[in-house]
Design a protein around this ligand. Structure first.
Ligand code: COA
Length: 174
């Protein structure tokens, strides 16, 4: 490879999609590790209204932005909303690959199916799986919401800022 071709090398773009309802330390672990694999990382926040998220899309975007600002990232990271198919979002973002975190065997079947379907829909988009770090293996957004609602301590799973937001949100629910 010549010096010129190195200079003109296309930046590697990765998309990390999720509902992020809300973003946990587990997601942040994936963001930190994904950034080492690309030049630009796009965090795609899916509207996923069918999942009836606790936080609105605007709130989730705000939370993701706040959370990643606490990380010492070297790569350019954008936070963007998306609706519709992930492969279309990845295409629009000119992504080279999609990143997903894998926690346990139970994640595998769903992720395997999704990666397979996405590969059929858009063969040019590769899915890269990162195994969740051991301290993040059991983190789940659903369980964090449940523990907060029942008055438990979630400080080891989410940031202080998010803990406050969760308590506020759940306190004001009917
Ligand atoms: N550490 C800890 N927890 C993690 C984690 C990690 N590394 N990775 C995922 N999780 C958890 C989350 O906490 C969340 O927990 P919950 O199930 O208790 O809520 C769960 O895994 C999944 O959440 P998230 O990572 O936000 O992703 P998702 O599965 O909700 O997102 C999309 C799925 C957005 C990728 C998918 O819905 C999608 O592609 N939508 C677009 C429509 C589309 O293209 N459909 C066709 C697909 S073939």
């Amino acid at each position: 490879m010549t010096e010129d071709s190195l200079k003109t090398k296309k930046p590697r773009i990765a998309v990390y999609p999720g509902t992020f309802d809300p973003m946990t330390r587990g997601h942040l672990d994936i963001v930190t590790r994904a950034e080492a694999l690309c030049d630009h990382l796009v965090i795609g926040v899916a509207s996923n209204e069918d999942k009836h998220p606790l936080f609105s899309l605007e709130e989730r975007l705000e939370i993701v932005q706040e959370e990643i600002e606490t990380l010492n990232l070297k790569t350019q990271v954008w936070v963007k909303p998306f609706t519709g198919l992930l492969v279309n979002f990845a295409y629009d973002e000119k992504a080279d690959f999609v990143v997903r975190g894998l926690r346990a065997v139970s994640d595998f079947e769903y992720e395997f199916q999704m990666a397979g379907m996405n590969a059929r829909l858009s063969p040019s988009v590769e899915t890269v799986f990162l195994i969740a770090s051991d301290r993040c293996q059991f983190i789940s957004s659903t369980l964090i919401k449940e523990i907060t609602e029942l008055g438990g301590d979630v400080s080891q799973f989410v940031s202080k800022n998010l803990e406050r937001r969760l308590k506020n949100k759940l306190r004001h629910l009917p």
